[in-house]
Design a protein around this ligand. Sequence first.
Ligand SMILES: [Ca+2]
Length: 337
Amino acid sequence: MTIRSGHGQWIAGVLALGLFGVALTGCGHGVRLDARQAVPIIFDTDMGTDVDDAGALAILHAMADQGEARILAAMSANRNRWCVPALDVINTYYGRGDLPIGCSRTGPDPEQWYHDSVGDFPHDLKTSADAPDAVALYRKILAAQPDQSVTIVVVGWLTNMADLLLSQPDQYSALTGRDLIKAKVKALVAMGGIWPNSPKQEGEYNFTMDPEAAHTVISDWPGKIMFTGLGKDVMTGSRLVAQSAKDNPVPAFYQNFFKSYKVSERSSWDLIAVWYAVRGLSDTFTAVTEGHCISQTDGHNQWVPGPPSNHAYLAYKMPQATLAAELEALLLMPPAR
Ligand SMILES: [Ca+2]
């Protein structure tokens, strides 16, 4: 089972701020969000080891349907054969079956439970090997985008980010990976880490699954990174499973997870990362910006207070129950198609 430690030390501290958040959210999202331009975004996942990845991609599609995001691609850091078909199933349900999908050729390869439902829903990529190498696809897409425009949200291991950073000029760009990131990427949002500090020798799952990649990105990424470790106590999925349309694959994935682990709802780590990547801090979160993160090659992370750096991490402002209800409402939004 995927075990990810939480953020309990912050909860008491943010409750008072959260009450303030309720008042602000009462006015609804329409006015505020209509004023924003659609965020060009690449979704990067370890799809298949937990179910919040499916929920995260679902709400990204829902926000794209509302004009808040423009999805450029979905990428898997997990090499497992079922990951790309699972992504394709969700993209197809939301009317974006032709969205580019890339898959790591170097990442870990765990297989859990997605294949129980993939075959029940329309898709045309039958195995992860049918998708191009994620790094090549990143380079192709980034090279074609305006400068400083792309947000990358990683809700899994940092495998593809490390491989992109270390990539060399190719047919898509004469730039190295580092220079291509500097030119094109506006922000990296990375779900990972325990903030401000993980216990020694006990890093968070997304860092420890590929600790060298996490260490490379934390130490050497040439741009801004927002780390998000929030979500353990933001529970979603139960209304989705109870109320969603039968042709929606996402509740089927949640049901598989619930059955496997004998639970009826799931934490929302990855959904929160996507929400922030599209909507920003808004009245939902605050950011801790004064300091920087150092990591070790075993995947644990430490926050060193000091002057602002290219690192920040996210803290709650909205109460977690309110956030859970808003995430579930996005999960239940029918596709615009
Ligand atoms: Ca994930």
